[in-house]
Design a protein around this ligand. Structure first.
Ligand SMILES: *[C@@H]1O[C@H](CO)[C@@H](O)[C@H](O)[C@H]1NC(C)=O
Ligand SMILES: *[C@@H]1O[C@H](CO)[C@@H](O)[C@H](O)[C@H]1NC(C)=O
Length: 204
């Protein structure tokens, strides 16, 4: 255990409830249709009320999702606080003092738990919430296939090395996006998203 790990409180909220009890690896648009039919409404309402109070959260939520998925895939690792076994990614340089919106996801998760206990993963909630944040900010809408499982660990080192930094040369940043199956357009969209969303809100 190092300094970073010990300075964090214990593990998180509900996210560790979802261990490896699901074996499906296939994502499905109807994954929770029977088990949590109101999921979409609950997430949409949570994102809407957060953005209604503070518009900047739309960009923050999308950035959380991007920073989650960039490090070992979309498994919710960014949402985990550190424990005695691992150091969280929240404190990695690209996230420290800049990753925000955790409380929005926590509050949506609490509402989802009330409606359908131990059913929906935190990473699926974050994935739907980012789509809704973009859509509610006036951006495009896309269908989200579901069924991601939450990871049990996080990796601060990987967050520090995998996530793009504003101090890196453009070629290095581009290479990082390409290594994740994204392209230059994705890079521009995700790097400029905060500005883009703010501009959109302004224009509308
Ligand atoms: C609304 O946003 C402000 C920051 O802009 C925050 O301090 C406050 O807690 C938020 N209120 C709610 C109900 O989320
Ligand atoms: C964390 O990530 C680093 C860099 O990608 C890797 O070398 C290391 O093995 C990972 N640690 C664990 C516990 O997976």
């Amino acid at each position: 255990m190092n300094q970073g790990a010990s300075s964090f409180s214990a593990v998180p909220l509900f996210c560790l409830l979802f261990l490896a009890s699901f074996s499906s690896s296939q994502l499905d648009y109807k994954f929770y249709d029977k088990t949590c039919p109101n999921l979409a409404k609950i997430v949409r309402y949570g994102v809407w009320s957060a953005i209604a109070n503070e518009t900047r959260l739309a960009a923050s939520i999308l950035r959380l999702h991007f920073h989650d998925c960039f490090v070992n895939g979309c498994e919710g690792s960014i949402l985990l606080d550190g424990s005695s076994e691992f150091t969280g990614e929240k404190n990695a340089l690209p996230n420290r003092n800049s990753a925000r919106g955790f409380e929005v996801i926590d509050s949506i998760k609490a509402n989802v738990e009330k409606a359908c206990p131990s059913t929906v993963s935190c990473t699926d909630i974050l994935t739907i919430a980012s789509r809704d944040a973009v859509f509610l900010a006036g951006g495009p809408f896309w269908p989200v296939p579901l069924g991601r499982r939450d990871g049990l660990t996080a990796n601060e080192t990987a967050a520090n090395t995998d996530l793009p930094s504003p101090f890196e040369p453009l070629e290095d940043i581009t290479a990082k996006f390409i290594s994740k199956g994204l392209d230059v357009k994705d890079m521009v969209v995700l790097s400029g998203k905060r500005l883009a969303i703010i501009l959109h809100l302004f224009v509308n």
